[in-house]
Design a protein around this ligand. Structure first.
Ligand SMILES: Cc1cc2nc3c(=O)[nH]c(=O)nc-3n(C[C@H](O)[C@H](O)[C@H](O)COP(=O)(O)OP(=O)(O)OC[C@H]3O[C@@H](n4cnc5c(N)ncnc54)[C@H](O)[C@@H]3O)c2cc1C
Length: 446
């Protein structure tokens, strides 16, 4: 340890600060290829006081702090910067309160998302936001990225479930935002501001979250199509018919092939796309709306439904088996989905790049995954060129660069295309108010 880290160790209980270079390196990356800087150390916080002590020390010595949950991020948000301290919240795992009467939970940031959902289900409730990573990501990371997920088409994104937060600010002060009530409009919405701020404004140390009644009966279908565009058209038909799906997911052939090669799901040679949909009530109407499908499977039991949805949840890991992945997260108005999908196919063919696409189709949120050689340090030029075209096409269709993963480091080069100079200046002003020394996750998100 040097003088700086010795001062931090002295401010914390024993064992909280790790400085062994091999251990520290294992906390330096998220799930992207983005090369990390070299941290001074890692704090494994176990309480709010640990976070306060770390931020006071960082503020005094002007050391950058990179907050970190489980490191499953896909934008480089938790990637370490040179000379920083990585502040891991993964060990703050208490569900402090779960109130069936008020339909809320108060949790620490290191709680694994699916663990909260399981705890809620014991009371007939659920925690709705369910990123595909929900078995491995943390609530703190979900809040900081405003994560989406499969059920968001009906229940909204993480922000729609966040009622209040406890946040440690850059100088170590503790801020409480929001409330325990379903409604409340006192003052500016600071909870909403912190959700999605990617660790650049404060460190979330607790959250009051909204729970919802778990649906009693749901129907699930998996429809196979010989054309990706037909599958995208079925998405609009299901929504327009008022089926109110709680899940509406689309996978292209490349994704299905990767899953089939790994798990042998019996993929037909003619299948170009699969749509998985779930709603309360009967499956018949949704199945009928997939008129162009070559085959529709309907689940009759919750176990069968979980199996169908499980195929979708395997998608990202299946693609990681093919090579390194640059994951995009564009979101377009739902009506533009067929055009966006067609553009992605054209771009892939023109640049000779493998793009495997899954979509939270009910939200118009697509994840074209650009697969490239594992041996390369970063994507080759043709991948960047193809990614650039896909981003621009999404914006031209009235969409956005990122629906749920955040900007991190990965999408900063395209930020100006969407934000515009006025919003960019105001965002820098907000950062300056909360973090005047620029020590919280510097260089990320804005
Ligand atoms: C297989 C797979 C599937 C995925 N599917 C989805 C999906 O469907 N939807 C989706 O939205 N994302 C998805 N993701 C991306 C990722 O899981 C989410 O972004 C998730 O919210 C990150 O949580 P984490 O705990 O891993 O956070 P990390 O990756 O550790 O951090 C993410 C960001 O949050 C900040 N942060 C973390 N904790 C705190 C805190 N307590 N206070 C302040 N800032 C903090 C970090 O600094 C960083 O900027 C997927 C990832 C994988 C690997």
């Amino acid at each position: 340890m040097n003088e700086l880290t010795s001062a931090l160790a002295a401010a914390l209980p024993d064992g909280r600060l790790l400085t062994d270079p091999d251990v520290v390196d294992s906390y330096a990356r998220d799930r992207t290829f983005v090369p990390p800087g070299r941290p001074l150390g890692v704090v494994l916080a176990r309480s709010r006081d640990d976070v306060v002590a770390t931020m006071r020390w960082a503020s005094e010595h002007r050391v950058p702090v990179v907050p970190r949950g489980a490191g499953t991020g896909l934008a480089g948000g938790a990637t370490a910067v040179d000379g920083c301290v990585v502040l891991s919240l993964a060990r703050m795992t208490a569900i402090r309160e779960l109130s069936p009467q008020d339909e809320i939970a108060v949790v620490e940031p290191g709680v694994i998302t699916a663990d909260l959902d399981r705890a809620a289900r014991e009371h007939g409730l659920m925690y709705a936001p369910d990123p595909s990573s929900y078995e491995i990501s943390t609530i703190g990371g979900n809040l900081a990225t405003n994560a989406g997920g499969l059920r968001c088409v009906k229940y909204g994104v993480t922000r729609d479930s966040a009622l209040g937060l406890e946040v440690v600010l850059a100088d170590g002060r503790v801020l409480n935002t929001g409330r325990r009530t379903m409604k409340g409009v006192t003052g500016y919405d600071l909870t909403g501001l912190f959700v999605g701020s990617e660790g650049t404004l404060g460190v979330i140390t607790a959250a009051t979250l909204r729970l919802r009644r778990a649906p009693r009966e749901t129907a699930t279908i998996a429809a196979e199509f010989t054309s990706l565009r037909d599958a995208a058209a079925a998405v609009s038909a299901i929504v327009a018919a008022g089926c109110q799906p709680s899940l509406l997911e689309l996978m292209d052939r490349t994704t299905l092939q990767a899953i089939d090669d790994w798990k042998n799901i019996g993929l037909e040679p003619s299948t170009r796309a699969m749509l998985i949909a779930q709603a309360e009530g009967s499956a018949d109407e949704m199945a009928a709306l997939c008129g162009a499908a070559s085959f529709v499977a309907t689940s009759s039991t919750p176990e069968e439904a979980a199996e169908l949805i499980g195929i979708r949840r395997l998608a990202y890991q299946a693609k990681e088996r093919l090579g390194q992945c640059l994951v995009e997260d564009v979101c377009v108005p739902r009506s533009a989905l067929p055009d966006m999908i067609t553009t992605i196919e054209e771009v892939a063919a023109r640049h000779g790049v493998m793009i495997a696409t899954v979509a939270h189709a009910g939200d118009g949120n697509l994840h074209p995954v650009f697969v490239f050689d594992r041996g390369l340090a970063e994507p080759p030029e043709e991948v960047w060129a193809a990614a650039d075209e896909v981003f621009r096409a999404a914006l031209d269709l009235g969409g956005t660069l990122t629906g749920e993963h955040g900007v991190g480091l990965l999408k900063k080069r395209w930020l100006d295309l969407e934000t515009g100079p006025v919003a960019a200046q105001l965002q820098r002003g907000i950062k300056q108010v909360f973090d005047p020394l620029n020590i919280l996750n510097p260089g990320k998100a804005i």
